[in-house]
Design a protein around this ligand. Structure first.
Ligand code: FMN
Length: 195
């Protein structure tokens, strides 16, 4: 069985010619897996948005959405960071990272920590309300929905990124209810479906 991904019956399972299926559909146009196609296709996977942070001498913050929970026991998460990012060097050197899950009203934070023009070092947090995480000292952003602090346990080179695995040392939740989303290259807000 193939999936008709972009025709009128999008998402409907269709059979191969000769398999006894009634309506043979042309296969979806194959798009070369260029970085542009990769980015455009991956953009259809809606994600939350976090600000990854590192504390201490390597203090740094960076907007990210390539983040996932990995294991409950032991508690593990992963994040994927471009090898060219300042954050890559910061996590590698510090051996820890934290992240703050952004609330729907924190789009300005997401834009700020994705902007290469922001200052480096402690100065990048001068205009941001934050407190140091008790386990790592990494900045945790005020007003965020949730946060975790992690000790780096594994790093895997994967193409132009590294996958960093962190063991969760501590976590917490704020009082906000609505999350910031990133979908199709734009920021959105979590809104429950009617009904
Ligand atoms: C919504 C959003 C999500 C992003 N997610 C990631 C990510 O998961 N990993 C990554 O390496 N860069 C990601 N970026 C890009 C970085 O935030 C951006 O390149 C940043 O300027 C890098 O900072 P640095 O080099 O100072 O560490 C994302 C950007 C945006 C706007």
């Amino acid at each position: 069985m193939d999936l008709d991904l972009d025709g009128p019956g999008a998402g409907r399972a269709v059979g191969r010619a000769g398999s006894g299926a009634t309506a043979a559909q042309p296969p979806p146009a194959a798009e070369p897996t260029s970085p542009t196609a990769m980015r455009a296709t991956a953009a259809r996977f809606a994600t939350g948005v976090v600000v990854l942070t590192v504390g201490g001498e390597q203090v740094h913050g960076m907007t990210a959405n390539a983040l996932s929970s990995v294991s409950l026991e032991p508690p593990l998460v992963l994040c994927c960071v471009a090898r060219t990012a300042v954050m890559h060097q910061a996590i590698t050197a510090a051996g820890h990272f934290a992240f703050s899950v952004l609330a729907a009203d924190q789009e300005d934070r997401a834009r700020y920590f994705a902007n290469k023009a922001r200052p480096l070092g402690p100065a990048q947090f001068d205009t941001v309300d934050w407190r140091p995480g008790p386990h790592t000292g990494a900045p945790l952003l005020a007003g965020s929905l949730a946060w975790m602090e992690c000790e780096l346990t594994d790093a895997h080179l994967a193409g132009d990124h590294s996958v960093f695995i962190g063991r969760v040392l501590g976590c917490g939740r704020g009082t906000g209810l609505s999350g910031l989303l990133f979908f199709e290259g734009t920021y959105r807000e979590v809104v429950p479906l009617a009904g």
